[in-house]
Design a protein around this ligand. Structure first.
Ligand code: PXL
Length: 284
């Protein structure tokens, strides 16, 4: 079987296990070639650290893409995450356009907010720009905060039901993508997971696991990378969201048991063998 190749467009937060430092190992474990387009290099991610370094690589995006075109190389998927400016949104949209072939899947994680709040580094009009980029994707994976910001709706907090989530999923599909995965969904105390919607089949899917207390940084990227891997391994959407939930929650549980600083990211590495098994990858 021909190996799948993904272009992963994220920053590199050197320490703290998010963005490219999690996308690379998770895609590799799934047998997928990860080609990386780093948008910035930071000494750590921005969640809870002060004094981090930040080198913007916006200027390098076009030349890197142009070199890849000249080889030429193509991609089975393009997976983008944290993007720091409107200029980067425009460059990534251009990259989607230039590298989208008939079977190229575009997966967009609109990383910009959580718990009802936009991350401090973004201006209030950023979600509008991100919504436009999501309109060019085949699959998007916002959390509820990002979803409501892109739709310019009020954040519901914990006050929502299944009907609300299904309406939200349909509205998100209305932005353009055929498939939507909504993360951080909970209908009962102690359970947390993801919901999905496929516009083509009009089917909803749900996957839940026991909730682990505490907010661990980088789990959105662990989830997004695992979801991307599962989809590219040919798993149907409703199964892929469950494989990614199980992988992420197992990593969070192990990290909590170890008492690790929540800023340091989760110990997903130990869960890779299980993840591979769930993807149907065996040693022989
Ligand atoms: O995990 C998403 C992410 C990626 N990259 C950087 C971040 C964050 C979240 O805060 O700060 C630089």
């Amino acid at each position: 079987m021909k190996q799948k190749r993904v272009a992963a467009i994220h920053d590199i937060s050197c320490f703290g296990k998010c963005s490219l430092t999690v996308a690379l190992p998770i895609l590799s474990a799934a047998g997928i070639e990860a080609t990386v387009l780093p948008t910035a290099v930071l000494s750590t991610h921005t969640g809870g650290f002060t004094g981090y370094t930040f080198r913007d690589l916006t200027e390098d995006v076009r030349p890197i893409a142009a070199h890849w075109k000249s080889i030429p190389i193509g991609f089975d998927a393009i997976y983008s995450g944290y993007l720091g400016s409107f200029e980067q949104l425009a460059l990534v949209e251009e990259f989607y356009r230039d590298f989208k072939e008939k079977d190229t899947l575009i997966l967009t994680d609109p990383v910009m907010a959580d718990n009802g709040k936009l991350y401090a580094s973004f201006s209030p009009d950023f979600p509008k720009g991100m919504a436009k980029l999501c309109g060019k994707a085949d699959l998007i994976m916002p959390n509820i905060t990002e979803a409501t910001l892109m739709l310019e709706e009020d954040y519901p907090g914990d006050e929502y039901d299944r009907a609300y989530i299904e309406k939200l999923l349909k509205k998100l599909a209305g932005l353009g993508p055929e498939k939507v995965v909504l993360t951080g969904v909970s209908f009962e105390e102690g359970k947390l997971g993801a919901a999905s919607y496929d516009r083509k089949t009009n089917a909803f899917g749900y996957a839940f696991a026991d909730k682990v207390e505490g907010y661990y940084h980088g789990t959105g990227d662990v989830y997004g990378s695992a979801l991307t891997a599962a989809i590219l391994r040919g798993k149907p959407l409703d199964e892929a969201i469950g494989i990614a939930v199980d992988f992420t929650v197992e990593a969070i549980r192990r990290t909590r048991a170890a008492g690790t600083d929540i800023r340091f990211g989760v110990d997903f590495e130990e869960s890779l063998p299980n993840f591979m098994k769930n993807l149907g990858i065996t040693a022989d």
